[in-house]
Design a protein around this ligand. Structure first.
Ligand SMILES: Cc1cc2nc3c(=O)[nH]c(=O)nc-3n(C[C@H](O)[C@H](O)[C@H](O)COP(=O)(O)OP(=O)(O)OC[C@H]3O[C@@H](n4cnc5c(N)ncnc54)[C@H](O)[C@@H]3O)c2cc1C
Ligand SMILES: NC(=O)c1ccc[n+]([C@@H]2O[C@H](COP(=O)([O-])OP(=O)(O)OC[C@H]3O[C@@H](n4cnc5c(N)ncnc54)[C@H](OP(=O)(O)O)[C@@H]3O)[C@@H](O)[C@H]2O)c1
Ligand SMILES: Cc1cc2nc3c(=O)[nH]c(=O)nc-3n(C[C@H](O)[C@H](O)[C@H](O)COP(=O)(O)O)c2cc1C
Length: 1115
């Protein structure tokens, strides 16, 4: 805006309707220097908005744009820049009163359109999307920008939808007088209107500077609302009587009847979409860019229906109301217009079509104005246009309105965020799946649809790769915007925040901003209020939460994301769906994926074409056929080639064995995206003193060569071990496979047949499997594929086709399709792949297809049981060796993969491993703080690293002050006390101040758990935590951790005399201060119990289904 156009201290230009800065569309081209200067301004604003001002990306982008301008005189915006620009244009649109919704604008990028037919399709899509069955959504469609001024794209209609106007020979008009001229243009182009009052005009479009063409808008796309009046009342006689009281308007009003309103045959359309405006963005001019918001009732009531140069209905309404139109003092115009407006609002609301009354609109604008003043220090506004317009229509001189964007699209982008592996949960369009850790939260503002698939780990915590995402969301919530960085908020606080915000009954879950509700018709106050306009107001989202109901905080992280997205203003496309690992998680995901796909297509008005049908089908079944997957014999295992190169460079210093190691390291590193190393097994000791029913071992892994750099770790970290499947299981599987390579030991590459749609037709090509490395078939089944976790139902669908036996097919079918039958069967047999093959002896799966269907063998984590200060070259582990019998103890013995692998391998065996940092489980930085360590069973593991470190530090710095270290340990019997002699010497040396031992199954000793001892030692525990700033460490099984937490809470509450809310806050503050540390192993203690519970539930459901079916059958 130039200075001459600005209000000054002395002169207010607010009353000038034709604001000097608003230009009409010209056809001259912008001088290059002007483009450059406007572009500079735009990019500065854009990069400031995404907090990247002056960053490398800003500088690089600006250089690129300048280059383009120099070479061509213009440049192109990226999609994100265009979206930002369009939103900003609305935000800055001085005459728009509904701008509070500016960030919720859907931008359709139609810049690739070249023809009028293409334009027509894009406009139809816009109308369909925006109308949304009455629940109007703001949208803009942007066609190609102006080039030389001779190839403009234009929409000739002032609005996408409008009524024709026909001048009659007697000078009267049928239809909308404002459209007379345009109707004549349409007629000249060949359009034939029906000549009624309510003929919808065709679209008149021109592309690339060509002559215009007209297109009839399909009638099913246009939503019209018959205008009726809410008041039906008393008889005419009674009306005439009370007319005498016309000076008493309230009374008169109350007794009028408006039955005649329907006779007037008034209607109006739902979608106000202006289409003759110029969108001026970063120096570029977009000459065709239809935009819509929703109606403010008065625009229809006062202007479209009331204005004398429009439908001019006030007189007729007043006469029918029985008002004296000859006498202005009866205020007949005022009274008639109120009724018209009332009828409009009533009719739209009744039809479930979004509309806003002018009072709410004004209020909302003032809210927006205040927000903008607060956030940007200003809000451009043409105040004449901001006034509620009801009275304006009464004036003859009311001017026709011309809108203009002043400031500086794509098809809906879908973003799928996944927390953790999502292994086997593919199927949604893969290209747009982002891992949470790779996602830059700064983009969230510009997303349209976000689908989150995430699991929960720890004790209701985010999965490892979701931590920073969780933290960023927390930062947005705390700052209510993306403006502040997350650095100044602690990770611990975000964790306790997650705990608080993962409750189902959270307010957010109840929020009305739910698509299911909003589809029922918008509430005026809702759409114009700013309490649902949080920073994520622009996104639509849905969350699928993976978890296990065996954990107290079931699916907590998924719930948290769902709640927070809602609270931050996002619109929920579908209610949160939880997939329970113990009850049909796979089926739940499958039906969610296909339902969300369908809902998203409906919601974004995407027509269900061939591609969509392909995707939808892919979501329902993802099995490959033997024709589309093969083994290709190769010279050497995939990474052997790379390995060889590396080794050549090292002048072939290493021998063949080393080559194999390098290959294995490379393959595993790539497969699991970790930096894998090989340590050799140096020592293995059974930690139980006598032969007990179970085995717990200390495992010492040592780096291979003194020249190698050791893995760096800290006490408390985790070691990931990549184990091998048991030889006998691998052999049994290999025996049963068909379509195998010549031998089980030759190197092969798994390849998939990929179909590509090209202009030349469908082309097929073989591509290597994206994850599995080249290896022998035996190698794949030994190291890379999981053959012990109970197979998923989709495998049974595939296996059904691998047997001719109808009885086997039926059983497989019921396992695949009935989740209760599947769960019951799973809990009874806890079947491995071998179990399945044994139970279905005629099934002969194809080796290639099976490899693509099995999940990958996952690394197992162990708390490191040593300190790097004490053992720099070694990693010590404390491993409970897992064996169990299925069928409630009656079935065959099953062996945990990793713990038995570690127990069985010979000294000197090389073990692939890596370190994972457990940042929240490290020693306190202030060594003088007391430490309470609670770890029954193998939960003691990380504490061994702690005490080793303390011992060495104590020796190194004799004068230093160290806080008390207290250990609460629990085991079944005295023989199972882990590291007993080590503990005794630590006590003697006063490194451990106290050791409390809870024995749960020692004959003649009352069953005791660590919690019992904590309660007994409550005074000391409370003192250390509350007075001495002590740290609490809890390690082991999840139920124990929850029980311990509750126990400590009650100790603190009692000793600190706190009420419920206070103690809750106190416990959360312990986490926030990083003084409450948890390291959770999984559901180890209660595994059998949990399995039995799930089995029984499934059984009950099967039985009740059975009796229900029988009852129905016998009817
Ligand atoms: C962060 C972290 C740290 C850990 N630290 C340690 C540690 O220091 N020491 C340690 O020993 N473990 C630790 N664990 C557990 C460890 O990772 C493995 O889960 C454990 O060793 C079992 O692995 P596995 O491969 O031997 O058994 P798997 O092959 O994984 O088999 C275990 C599975 O078998 C099933 N199962 C087990 N018992 C039964 C039963 N009675 N009936 C039916 N099914 C059953 C369950 O599904 C169970 O998940 C830790 C886990 C985590 C996540
Ligand atoms: N099947 C096997 O051969 C085998 C062998 C070793 C380990 N494992 C697996 O590995 C898991 C971990 O073994 P582990 O040695 O670390 O532990 P553990 O020996 O199973 O348990 C350690 C101690 O914790 C107790 N405990 C159980 N629930 C508790 C709770 N809610 N709160 C506090 N204490 C509780 C146990 O008491 P209880 O007497 O009540 O159990 C026991 O005294 C086992 O539970 C098992 O799943 C299996
Ligand atoms: C150490 C550990 C802790 C877990 N904690 C929880 C939890 O607190 N709540 C929950 O619902 N599920 C919990 N789970 C279960 C996982 O969320 C569940 O296994 C999920 O299916 C994992 O999916 P993913 O491997 O695809 O990420 C936990 C699992 C493990 C191994």
């Amino acid at each position: 805006m130039s200075d001459s156009n600005r209000c000054t201290e002395h002169v207010c230009l607010g009353s000038i309707v034709s604001f000097p800065s608003t230009k009409s569309i010209t056809i001259t081209c912008r001088p290059v220097e002007e483009v450059r200067s406007l572009a500079k301004d735009f990019f500065d604003q854009y990069y400031t908005s995404i907090k990247r001002y002056n960053s490398t990306s800003h500088v690089q982008r600006w250089e690129q744009v300048q280059g383009e301008i120099t070479d061509t005189g213009t440049y192109n915006l990226t999609e994100t820049e265009l979206v930002y620009g369009a939103k900003l244009a609305w935000r800055n649109s001085v005459r728009c009163i509904g701008r509070i919704q500016w960030a919720k604008l859907q931008v359709f990028d139609a810049r690739s359109v070249t023809t009028t037919t293409g334009m027509f399709e894009a406009v139809c899509k816009h109308i369909k999307y925006a109308t949304n069955k009455g629940n109007i959504r703001s949208a803009i469609t942007i066609f190609p920008q102006r080039t030389d001024g001779k190839h403009d794209f234009r929409i000739w209609n002032p609005q996408l939808i409008g009524y024709a106007g026909y001048r009659q020979s007697d000078g009267t008009v049928i239809g909308d007088p404002i459209s007379i001229e345009f109707t004549e243009v349409c007629t000249k182009l060949g359009w034939k209107g029906k000549g009624t009052k309510w003929d919808i005009l065709p679209l008149v479009l021109s592309s690339d500077g060509h002559d215009p063409e007209y297109f009839e808008i399909p009638s099913e796309l246009i939503l019209e609302i018959p205008i009726v009046h809410p008041k039906y009342g008393f008889s005419f006689l009674f009306k005439t009587v009370i007319q005498y009281f016309y000076w008493y308007p309230m009374l008169t009003y109350a007794f009028f009847s408006f039955e005649w309103f329907a006779e007037m045959d008034i209607r109006w359309y739902a979608l106000p979409a202006v289409s003759s405006m110029l969108f001026d963005c970063g120096g570029l001019e977009f000459t065709a860019c239809p935009f819509n918001g929703w109606y403010m009732g008065t625009e229809i009531g006062c202007r479209d229906l009331g204005d004398v140069h429009r439908y001019n209905m006030l007189e007729e309404v007043a006469i029918r109301m029985g008002l004296d139109i000859k006498n202005p003092t009866t205020l007949w115009k005022d009274r008639a217009i109120v009724e018209l407006n009332l009828a409009v609002l009533y009719s739209y609301q009744k039809a479930g079509v979004t509309v806003v009354d002018h009072h709410t609109a004004s209020e909302s604008f003032m809210k927006h104005y205040e927000n903008e003043m607060r956030m940007r220090g200003g809000c451009p506004a043409d105040w004449v246009w901001m006034r509620a317009p009801q009275c304006r229509a009464l004036r003859h001189q009311y001017s026709t309105r011309k809108w203009h964007y002043t400031t500086s699209s794509q098809v809906t982008s879908i973003r799928i965020l996944r927390g953790k592996s999502m292994s086997g949960k593919k199927g949604l369009v893969n290209e747009i799946v982002n891992r949470m850790e790779d996602y830059d939260i700064i983009n969230i503002e510009h997303e349209t649809l976000i689908l989150v698939v995430t699991s929960t780990f720890g004790n209701g915590d985010p999965p490892e790769n979701g931590e920073s995402f969780a933290h960023s969301l927390y930062a947005i919530k705390m700052n209510q915007g993306l403006s502040m960085g997350a650095d100044d908020l602690s990770m611990a606080s975000s964790k306790s925040f997650i705990k608080m915000n993962s409750q189902t009954d959270s307010v957010a879950a109840e929020r009305r901003f739910d698509r299911n509700d909003s589809l029922k018709g918008s509430q005026i106050s809702d759409i114009m209020s700013d309490d649902n306009l949080g920073p994520l107001r622009n996104i639509t989202f849905a969350v699928f939460a993976l978890g296990s109901s065996a954990y107290p905080n079931f699916c907590a992280f998924g719930r948290y994301v769902d709640n927070l997205f809602g609270e931050l203003g996002g619109e929920r496309l579908m209610k949160l769906t939880c997939g329970d690992e113990l009850a049909g998680q796979d089926q739940a995901f499958r039906s969610w994926a296909s339902e969300i796909f369908q809902t998203a297509c409906d919601s974004f008005c995407l027509d269900f074409d061939k591609n969509m049908a392909d995707i939808s089908a892919a979501l329902k079944a993802d099995t490959l056929s033997p024709e589309s997957v093969r083994f290709l014999p190769v010279q050497a295992a995939d990474d052997e080639v790379q390995g060889k190169r590396i080794l050549c460079r090292l002048l072939l210093r290493y021998c063949h064995l080393l080559l194999k190691i390098t290959c294995c390291i490379l393959a595993l590193s790539k497969l699991h995206n970790r930096k894998v190393n090989m340590y050799s097994l140096a020592e293995k000791v059974n930690l139980h003193e006598k032969d007990t029913s179970r085995v717990t071992i200390k495992v010492v892994l040592r780096k291979r060569l003194s020249s190698e750099t050791p893995l760096s770790y800290q006490s408390g970290d985790h070691v990931g071990i990549m184990a091998e499947n048991r030889v006998e299981l691998v052999d049994k599987v290999l025996e049963r496979l068909g379509n195998k390579p010549a031998t089980d030991d030759e190197a092969v590459q798994l390849q998939l047949l990929q179909e590509k749609h090209t202009p030349m037709g469908v082309q097929k090509q073989w591509i290597p499997h994206e994850r599995l490395p080249r290896s022998s078939l035996r190698g794949l089944f030994t190291r890379y594929l999981d053959i012990t976790t109970p197979p998923r139902p989709n495998l049974f669908l595939y296996l059904m086709g691998c047997t001719e036996d109808t009885e086997e097919q039926e059983r497989l079918s019921s396992l695949a399709k009935d989740s209760d039958v599947y769960e019951h069967w799973k809990q009874v047999y806890w079947p491995t792949l071998v179990t399945v093959l044994e139970q279905f002896p005629k099934v002969k799966p194809d080796a290639t297809v099976l490899c693509t269907m099995l999940p990958l063998l996952q690394p197992r984590f162990y708390s490191v049981s040593s300190s790097p200060i004490a053992y720099n070259d070694e990693l010590h582990l404390t491993v409970a060796v897992v064996t169990y019998k299925t069928k409630g103890g009656e079935g065959p013995t099953h062996y945990g993969v990793c713990s038995n692998y570690l127990n069985d391998i010979q000294i000197g065996t090389l073990v692939p491993c890596f370190v994972r940092s457990a940042v929240s489980f490290h020693l306190p930085t202030d060594t003088s703080r007391p430490m309470i360590m609670i770890g029954p069973g193998t939960g003691i593991a990380p504490f061994r690293g702690f005490w080793q470190e303390r011992k060495i530090l104590g020796n190194r710095k004799p004068g230093s002050r160290f806080g008390k270290m207290t250990l609460f340990f629990g085991c079944r019997t005295k023989e199972m006390i882990l590291y007993r002699s080590e503990l005794e010497s630590l006590k003697k040396e006063s490194i451990l101040s106290d050791i409390f031992l809870a024995l749960s199954r020692e004959p003649s000793v009352k069953k005791t758990y660590v919690q019992d001892l904590l309660r007994r030692e409550g005074d000391a525990v409370a003192r250390q935590i509350m007075k001495e700033g002590g740290h609490v460490y809890v390690c082991g099984d999840c139920t124990m951790a929850e029980d311990v937490y509750q126990t400590l809470k009650s100790i603190v509450q009692e000793r600190g005399m706190l009420n419920d809310a206070e103690v809750e806050n106190y416990m959360l503050s312990l986490r926030d201060d990083n003084r409450y540390h948890e390291d959770i192993f999984g559901i180890t203690h209660r595994t059998a119990e949990v399995h039995e519970k799930v089995r029984q539930t499934a059984m009950t459901r099967i039985e009740s289904n059975y009796s229900l079916n029988n009852a129905t059958a016998s009817k």
